[in-house]
Design a protein around this ligand. Structure first.
Ligand code: CMX
Length: 467
């Protein structure tokens, strides 16, 4: 991040938490309205808020770009607006100003459950408000009612060879859902710009609702787990997804899924999947196309595929040095990974400079539910060793674990040990953040994204001419 921006944020940390004024978070008396109705109430005030912010600050400098940022993956470049979540390098993610522990405490839960419902997190992302239990139940029912996927999408999935990676199948299927896009149809019918958010909202709701059937079908096709059961409209989203994967009777797994889908949903606007969704959406591609593109970014090993890579790495380690290896043997294995020119999966981050609170939330879940699990203990052992090794190696700016260092171990514990599937679950969750962002981008009339690229020759000439 450019120094002036960093010092501005240091002196005013509240800017990191949320740029949303109090009015957006104040609850109204209309607590019983649906998500769409509440959103419709919020949009006009937010349009005025953005207008006022641009009128007051629009021409002010917001941190200079240095040449390294052009070559260096735009790290720290202030370039996007997204109110749904903000990532602080030291503290980690806040969803609409709330940390993960705060979300765990505040968001409604399922009867008998202790983890937040992802439905509630979606409501929070979209409105900035904590929903009531009743609103969350209505959202679960709405998604269940929208959950069926077209027959031709089922056929596409059934024809995929099981050797095609689950993420490629996932991306194919959601892209094909664009066949029934309300936004694409409305656009062709000449809908006014002011109305874009409505069909985007409907597509986003359909998209999220249909993901369990897509993910479940892929899982059962690829890993031979039999016929897909039906969605139960009386159950919450995570419970239904767990059922489609064959784990609906396992209370621990269902709770894990509720936590998993909540914490993976959004990680501010600049990460590869969130930003890809926004970028593609900015061309007015509908939510299915934009989210399909986001999934293709999530499928990269430096991003969401890292959760698969962690498990592969751990299993290889166990095969090589045994299950109860000494610290010395584990250290040697970590060094051998680095010396082979590979990254230690699950460690490091482009923004974070501390242990990812999403890692911590999963560790706490493991301490509660599987404290004696061997793989969990290995993850803990690695946590004690990797940071010092990465620091000694001297390259990684952040030696601490990220979300992907932990998730696969929990899924494996409950029997979901097909690691090629792990990123699909990350993808289901990331739909919540991508969709919330798309809805607001259309409501606020976000423009086509089009940053400027330069040639190296041009950079050289600019500085030669200046000297
Ligand atoms: N192991 C080994 N080397 C690492 C490393 C790791 N875990 N993390 C960073 N480095 C290296 C980089 O590869 C880079 O090396 P080069 O200079 O040779 O290119 C150097 O350290 C500096 O990188 P950085 O500025 O610290 O990190 P970046 O912002 O470039 O990259 C990330 C961030 C996540 C891609 C990187 O830390 C990484 O590759 N981690 C392992 C993969 C992973 O866990 N990804 C998941 C991230 C979370 C998510 O999006 O899901």
């Amino acid at each position: 991040m450019a120094a002036p921006v960093r010092s501005l944020l240091k002196s005013r940390p509240s800017l990191l938490r949320t740029a949303v004024p109090a009015i957006r978070f104040s609850s109204t008396s209309s607590k019983s309205v649906s998500l769409k109705e509440r959103l419709a109430e919020l949009i006009p005030a937010e349009i005025e808020n953005v207008k006022a912010t641009r009128a007051e600050h629009g021409k002010k400098a917001f941190g200079p770009v240095v040449v390294d940022q052009l070559y260096g993956g735009m790290r720290g470049l202030p370039a996007l607006i997204w109110d749904g979540s903000v990532l602080d390098a030291e503290e980690g993610i806040r969803f609409r100003g709330k940390t993960i522990p705060e979300c765990q405490a505040l968001l409604p839960k399922a009867p008998g459950g202790s983890e937040p419902l992802p439905e509630a997190l979606f409501w929070l992302l979209v409105t900035g408000e904590v929903p009531t239990q009743e609103q969350v139940t209505e959202l679960s029912k709405d998604w269940a009612a929208r959950s069926a996927i077209p027959e031709f999408v089922e056929e596409i999935l059934d024809r995929c060879p099981p050797t095609l990676h689950p993420m490629s199948q996932f991306s194919l299927a959601v892209t094909a859902l664009n066949h029934d896009s309300a936004f694409a149809k409305a656009y062709q019918a000449g809908v006014s710009k002011k109305e874009y958010w409505g069909p985007t909202f409907e597509d986003s709701m359909d998209l999220i609702a249909k993901l369990p059937n897509i993910a479940g079908r892929i899982y059962r096709n690829v890993f031979g787990q039999g016929k897909l059961p039906a969605i139960d409209p009386s159950k919450d989203y995570s419970h239904n997804l767990a059922t489609l994967l064959g784990f609906g009777e396992n209370h621990g797994f269902v709770e894990l899924l509720r936590l998993y889908l909540t914490i993976h949903s959004d990680h501010e606007g600049g990460n590869v999947s969130a930003h890809t969704g926004k970028l593609v959406g900015s061309a007015l591609s509908d939510p299915f196309l934009a989210y399909g593109a986001a999934l293709n970014g999530l499928a990269g090993p430096l991003h969401g595929l890292a959760n698969q890579e962690v498990l592969i790495w751990l299993r290889k380690m166990q095969a090589k040095i045994g299950e109860d290896a000494s610290d010395e043997a584990v250290k040697e294995y970590i060094w051998s990974t680095l010396k082979a020119g590979q990254v230690v999966p699950g460690y490091g981050h482009a923004v974070l400079r501390k242990t990812d609170p999403r890692y911590t939330a999963q560790r706490e879940f493991a301490l509660k539910h599987l404290p004696e699990d061997k793989l969990f203990k290995l993850v803990g052992q690695i946590y004690n060793l990797v940071p010092d090794i990465l620091l000694e190696a001297g390259k990684a700016k952040n030696p601490w674990p990220n979300v992907d260092a932990h998730s696969g171990v929990l899924l494996t514990y409950y029997g979901l040990d097909q690691m090629q599937f792990y990123t699909v679950l990350f993808g289901v969750s990331r739909a919540f953040g991508v969709a919330a962002q798309l809805i607001w981008d259309r409501a606020l009339g976000a423009p086509l994204e089009r940053p400027k690229s330069y040639s190296t020759a041009a950079i050289q000439k600019i500085f030669k001419d200046k000297s």
